[in-house]
Write a protein that binds this ligand. Structure first.
Ligand code: ZN
Length: 347
């Protein structure tokens, strides 16, 4: 079968950036559903919650009082997963008891002083400031000698266990390159070596099939696409139209448009799922160690929505947990069509 979109309901698709197979089983979405459903929750939050450790003026449990901030604000996570300083000893010789220090900085980023704001509801000024905070934090953290990668991300929604609804994201600036970044870096350099130095993500974006069937939005500097081997039903990536390694390389004009493009995609998810939609959002910057292969990296932003329709959450069940071959119950071209229609309705 040569049709890139595939006419079959069952297909394995290669995810070239993560170097893994994804199973597209487009019949399982229609399977009768007798499991849990996730009802939309109404936003009845107060503008200020004195019990919220992210709100201005609140004293956090570790004893620090938040300033009376306005707009975007970042601070060190009081309960970091990584140690700022750790013993530098390591043991990689005994494979059965191999260890290394878990060094890094964990930061919390608030998008607004208002507890009841969401990314979708932020003013243009505030969303631009939030995205600028990503860049400012990336630049300062990546300059630290003991930081090898800066992963900026957001976990949003009670559906995925996020108890604090104050609009916020996080950063783990790690003293090591994470497994996923290693995999992405290897994939990009391998592609470049086999294709006269071409950039994997730029090639993906330029492909006729993506342009025809997987594009959601194209603006001056960025495109929103559903990846051909999407692992989540409505997974999307925001890819720059030139291969920048990190958000630090984006111009002011690119940053401004990224902020608005990002917010438009968040709003599309809210419309699609008829709620302030839960999401996991990741900014894939190149590692900031001095590895030569970082040159082939292309920055992108990935949304991993956990909902597969407006009431059903995606769980990694037995087969997927055991195989690492994620099953997507929706054909990516169909997801792109739905999201594209939402994008076109905005015009
Ligand atoms: Zn709050």
């Amino acid at each position: 079968m040569n049709d890139a979109s595939g006419s079959n309901h069952w297909q394995r698709r290669w995810q070239p950036l993560l170097q893994q197979w994804v199973i597209v089983a487009a019949t399982t979405a229609a399977r009768p559903w007798s499991g849990a459903t996730e009802k939309a929750t109404q936003n009845t939050l107060p503008q200020h919650d004195p019990d919220c450790y992210l709100c201005p003026g609140v004293t956090r449990s570790a004893g620090t009082t938040n300033p009376d901030y306005k707009g975007a604000f970042a601070f060190d996570n009081d309960y970091p997963t990584l140690a700022a300083h750790a013993p530098s000893d390591e043991n990689t010789e005994n494979i059965l008891q191999s260890f290394a220090p878990a060094i890094g900085r964990c930061r919390v980023l608030c998008w607004s002083e208002n507890h009841n704001d969401t990314l979708a509801s932020l003013s243009e000024e505030k969303i631009v400031a939030a995205v600028q905070l990503w860049k400012d934090e990336y630049i300062s953290l990546s300059a630290l000698d003991d930081v090898k990668q800066v992963l900026i991300f957001e976990n949003k929604g009670v559906e995925i266990g996020v108890s604090n609804l104050h609009p916020h994201g996080q950063i783990y600036a790690t003293g090591f390159v994470t497994d996923t970044a290693e995999r992405m870096r290897n994939a990009q350099v391998t592609y470049a070596n086999a294709h006269n130095g071409d950039n994997l993500l730029q090639a993906m974006l330029a492909s006729e099939h993506v342009q025809k069937s997987l594009l959601v939005e194209k603006n001056t500097y960025w495109s929103v696409i559903v990846p051909y081997a999407a692992r989540f039903s409505y997974e999307t990536w925001i890819i720059p139209h030139r291969a920048i390694k990190s958000i630090a390389d984006a111009s002011d004009a690119e940053m401004h448009e990224l902020a608005l493009c990002y917010q438009r995609q968040v709003r599309r998810y809210d419309k699609l799922f008829q709620r302030s939609a839960p999401n996991i959002t990741l900014l894939h910057n190149a590692p900031c160690d001095d590895h030569k292969d970082n040159q082939q990296w292309c920055f992108h932003l990935a949304f991993h929505p956990p909902l597969r329709d407006k009431e059903k959450l995606k769980f990694l069940a037995g087969f997927e947990s055991g195989s690492n071959n994620i099953v997507n119950p929706l054909k990516p071209e169909d997801a792109a069509m739905v999201l594209r229609e939402l994008a076109e309705a905005e015009k």
